[in-house]
Design a protein around this ligand. Structure first.
Ligand code: ADP
Ligand code: MG
Length: 404
């Protein structure tokens, strides 16, 4: 058995790294790892998953399959994850047998909204007023009226707004809780948001950490629609406080790897931690094109024990998510979006994940626009919205460029 607390030696290029999960985050991790000279073995049940398409070693099994895990442990020098809902036992087993970043205990916290909020509270980072609802009696407790209007969220497995329902009246809670499957949930107060931002940081086994500049995120129907980075995207004072809070959270978890913390910014500029992801995050995809070290480069560095350097954002950026809806015309017939027109726009970087089947609300790719200043990136992104048939976005609430 391996002692997870002993210092890990540097894993030199040429070694093979493991990743659990075969989605787009795994695909972009593999791109970064391969560029740095590493091989990657992917554990993923789907034959044509985005990450499986770009690697030479694919272990096709369930994430908690014993043979699959043994195969990863035999072939990889260290393992990371690309999504957090890997069964806890699988992560604990890997943690005991080879370097795993992030470690199983940190992922367990990020898998559960109630545990996340308990951590935020323990380390002194404010989160929304909330209550844990894990029984019919708790759902019927009239004291919850104080949290309404609110949002009832399943504690586990929620993403892209799934597993959430708005609650206006206390009497609606028991039925809403049952409709969500009667699973443990968190009821949180609905806050009046000025904006949403996220901080992505990387922390090494030695506790050294660096962060990327925070980005401003705009959601539509509970799904990230656009992220804005660069001067003017986030109020500098808000950014400083968010970065400090994210580092406190990472310390509190003895975190190793890339961590994203989502924050709400309230009308008075105060910050409320929303949730976190123990991996690179959709809101950081622009860093591939806008930074000298991307969030995926940081994931590789933390995994192999390479030095962490503070990334420099060299371009302002706007990232647009490309959902499967774009692959259907007004009559519902399938078509390929007009990429040639989009690629004629300045600073366009098109990333498609190789998913064969477009579905509505499915993340098929993203499009990043980089420019010297934010207003130029926004102008190009707005043109792209027009070309793709997406409703235009408003500039983030705290937007000004040096050049505006
Ligand atoms: P997911 O795991 O689906 O990303 P989140 O908890 O981040 O779940 O919620 C998705 C989005 O819903 C948030 O980014 C935000 O726009 C909105 N939202 C969630 N919780 C609240 C809240 N308490 N008050 C206001 N808006 C919220
Ligand atoms: Mg979220």
């Amino acid at each position: 058995m391996r002692d997870p607390h002993t210092a890990q030696p540097w894993i030199a290029p040429g070694a093979t790294l493991g990743v659990l999960g075969g989605g787009q985050l795994g695909r972009m991790f593999i791109h970064a790892a391969q560029r740095a000279g590493y091989g990657v073995v992917v554990l993923e049940p789907e034959a044509h998953a985005p990450a499986a398409q770009v690697t030479t070693q694919h272990v096709r099994s369930a994430y908690d399959d014993r043979d699959g895990l043994h195969s990863i442990a035999r072939n990889a020098a260290a393992v990371t994850i690309e999504f957090e809902n890997v069964p806890a036992q699988a992560l604990e087993w890997l943690d005991a047998h080879l370097p795993l970043a992030p470690h199983a205990g940190a992922v367990a916290v990020c898998q559960d909204r109630a545990a996340e909020k308990a951590l935020f509270t323990r380390v002194g980072v404010k989160c929304a007023a909330h209550a844990v609802i894990a029984s019919h009696d708790a759902a019927a407790d009239p004291a919850h009226a104080a949290l309404l209007p609110g949002i009832l969220k399943t504690a586990r497995m929620g993403y892209d707004g799934k597993g959430q329902v708005g609650i206006e009246h206390p009497g609606d809670l028991p039925a809403a809780w049952s409709a969500l499957g009667g699973v443990p949930c968190v009821l949180e107060q609905r806050l009046d948001l000025r904006s949403e931002i996220s901080v992505i940081l990387a922390r090494g086994r030695d506790g050294a950490s660096v962060h990327l500049p925070p980005q401003c995120n705009v959601h539509r129907s509970g799904i990230l629609f656009a992220s804005f980075a660069g001067e003017g995207a986030v109020d500098p004072d808000v950014a400083t406080r968010a970065v400090a809070a994210a580092h406190v959270i990472a310390e509190g978890l003895a975190y190793v790897g890339v961590l994203c913390v989502e924050f709400f910014v309230l009308g008075d500029g105060s910050l409320v931690a929303n949730e976190m992801a123990p991996r690179p995050h959709n809101s950081g995809h622009h860093t591939i094109d806008s930074c000298d070290v991307s969030q995926f480069d940081l994931q590789v560095r933390t995994l192999v024990g390479a030095p962490l350097v503070t990334p420099r954002l060299h371009s302002a950026a706007v990232m647009l998510n490309l959902l499967g809806d774009l692959w259907f015309d007004a009559r519902g017939a399938q078509r390929e979006p007009a990429w040639d027109a989009v690629l004629a726009l300045p600073g366009a970087h098109l990333h498609l994940y190789g998913k064969r089947e477009p579905r509505r609300a499915r993340k098929m790719g993203h499009l990043t626009f980089t420019a010297a200043v934010g207003s130029q990136a926004r102008a190009a992104a707005l043109r792209a919205c027009d070309l793709l048939g997406l409703a235009p976005f408003e500039a983030p609430p705290w937007t000004h460029d040096a050049g505006d």
